[in-house]
Design a protein around this ligand. Structure first.
Ligand SMILES: Cc1cc2nc3c(=O)[nH]c(=O)nc-3n(C[C@H](O)[C@H](O)[C@H](O)COP(=O)(O)OP(=O)(O)OC[C@H]3O[C@@H](n4cnc5c(N)ncnc54)[C@H](O)[C@@H]3O)c2cc1C
Length: 490
């Protein structure tokens, strides 16, 4: 038995005595199915998996982990693209996907109370008959969970107008890293005191686990108009985006796809986008009918002025779905044109779109790989897909290098290393490029206030396995990194 086996063995025995036997998994073959999230190139098999069904399961598990100093990681649907739900080899993976009741919906109060494992799209499906929907709409919305959305502060096509998840979360019940339960936020408007819920949303599972979420519902708009605009290149499509926003129009969504992304989508779902297009924009406007009609005419004109050679306005819901089909399937579709790819996620000011897209192509070319682009153009939120073939020696490294260089490019233009996919395990190393040591220390102090022993999703977000002992405040137990001989308190 190694020094790390003992605590996990004790945790396993203890959890077996308090949880139903089918909820505690330690069979190596079954454990292996949880070894990664949507970011496939990082894989770690957890020591134990707990399939949580309610807050009690989560609390018992976290409390037991805290007692033995064993790390734990929450997993929603496992669609994250930054390795946020990557397990800890000596820790417990707490799977929340079976925890999926919509407890209540109140149209009058414009809110719903949901379990963390509820699938994003199911909230809208349940509330649509009452005239409401849940606005944050990641492209993965058919499968990703509300808990994952909260942890990642997820975005989506319609976040340009409606804001990211943080705008749509009113309160959350949380199991803190010591096993205590608390409620963060309140449904009362403008609550006094610190915005602790605000800190929790987007904290990627490092501050505890959400066991229930009260979400804000958005009224279904009276009118929706969607059009597809075909351009010869990304420069003119980018200019159209700037012109639309610059004119004071805030569409519900403006999405861009370049030639490679269009090629992939055509191969996968035959979306019939304009032939020969070097870029397309999907523009959606919603709101009161008269306002939408005026904005539609103006946005269409801005696209024509910027060089759109074809514009198709969806005549009905079926045509709207058909326009969106290409965009929504694009990530998966890229697998048709490349055996491997890295999905990058960065933000730039949208006025820099044409220049940054050109530079990205050049960066990829220098390294012998290709980049396909499909992204939330209105937010300047880029999702370059760096295509490569792992079987070709050196290509995986070239793709990884290109992917990192793209983030540097975003930072050089005043952007960020992540738009909506989170930092996770993948981008922790890039954090010091964006934040000073003092900034990171401040974040670390916040983390330590919730999790002084560092057992809640360790190794994510922060660039080094920093310990609470490095900042003022006493640690109550050895950090797992310390216990494993990998780090020390100075
Ligand atoms: C094809 C595809 C398209 C995507 N498109 C988008 C997009 O448009 N916009 C976008 O923002 N993202 C997108 N994503 C990324 C991903 O779907 C989102 O980050 C999503 O919110 C993750 O949800 P999940 O349930 O899969 O979480 P997981 O991947 O399981 O976990 C993500 C993080 O949340 C933590 N976590 C999970 N549940 C809880 C909980 N209850 N309490 C505390 N922490 C928790 C985990 O520890 C981890 O750090 C896409 C992914 C794919 C595969």
């Amino acid at each position: 038995m190694t020094h790390t086996d003992a605590p996990i063995a004790a945790v396993t025995a203890q959890l077996r005595s308090v949880l139903a036997s089918d909820r505690v998994i330690d069979d190596p073959t079954q454990l292996a199915t949880y070894d990664c999230d949507g970011l496939l190139h990082y894989r770690v098999t957890p020591a134990l998996v707990v399939l949580a069904r309610d807050a009690r399961d989560v609390q018992l598990t976290v409390r037991t982990c805290a007692e033995h100093g064993v790390p734990f990681v929450a997993r929603g649907s496992g669609t994250g693209l930054s390795g946020g739900a990557l397990p800890h080899a000596d820790g417990v993976l707490i799977v929340m996907s079976g925890f999926r009741e919509i407890t209540s919906v109140s149209a009058r109060d414009q809110r719903a109370v949901v379990d963390p494992g509820v699938i994003n799209l199911n909230v809208s499906a349940r509330t649509r008959p009452e005239g409401y929907y849940f606005a944050p709409d990641p492209s993965s919305q058919q499968v990703c969970s509300i808990g994952g959305n909260v942890a990642e502060n997820s975005g989506g096509a319609h976040c340009l107008k409606y804001g990211f998840t943080t705008t749509h979360v009113l309160a959350a019940d949380v199991v803190l890293p010591d096993g205590e339960r608390t409620q963060l936020g309140t449904v009362a408007p403008d609550a006094p005191g610190y915005d602790v819920l605000g800190a929790f949303v987007g904290s990627e599972g490092t501050l505890g686990i959400a066991t229930q979420v009260t979400v804000r519902l958005t009224r279904t708009p009276a009118a929706v108009e969607t059009f597809l605009a075909g351009f010869s290149d990304t420069d003119s499509a980018g200019a159209a985006v700037s012109a639309i926003i610059g004119a004071g129009i805030v569409p519900a969504a403006i999405e861009m796809m370049d030639a490679l992304a269009i090629e992939a989508a055509e191969a996968a779902v035959a979306c019939n986008y304009p032939a020969g297009a070097g870029a397309v924009l999907v523009v959606e406007l919603d709101g009161p009918s008269h306002e939408v009609a005026v904005e539609l005419a103006a946005a269409e004109q801005h696209c024509r002025d910027a060089g759109a050679f074809e514009i198709r306005i969806a005549a009905d819901d079926e045509e709207r779905q058909s326009i969106w089909r290409g965009r929504k399937s694009a990530f998966a579709a890229v697998g048709r044109i490349s055996p491997d790819y890295i999905v990058q996620d960065g933000v730039i000011p949208r006025t820099a779109l044409p220049e940054v897209l050109r530079s990205m192509t050049a960066l990829a070319k220098e390294r012998g790989v290709r980049v396909a682009n499909v992204f939330h153009a209105g937010d300047g939120n880029l999702h370059p897909l760096v295509l490569f073939d792992e079987r070709v020696p050196g290509q995986a490294d070239a793709a990884e290098e290109t992917s990192g260089a793209i983030l540097d490019l975003c930072l050089a233009h005043g952007g960020s290393i992540t738009g909506e996919h989170g930092v996770g395990a993948d981008k922790a190393k890039h954090m010091p490029k964006m934040f000073s040591a003092q900034d990171l220390d401040t974040m670390q102090r916040v983390r330590c206030a919730f999790d002084p022993t560092g057992i809640s999703n360790p190794g994510k977000v922060f660039p080094t396995p920093r310990l609470c002992g490095e900042v003022p405040g006493k640690r109550s137990a050895a950090h797992p990194v310390q216990a494993a001989g990998l780090g020390e308190v100075f």
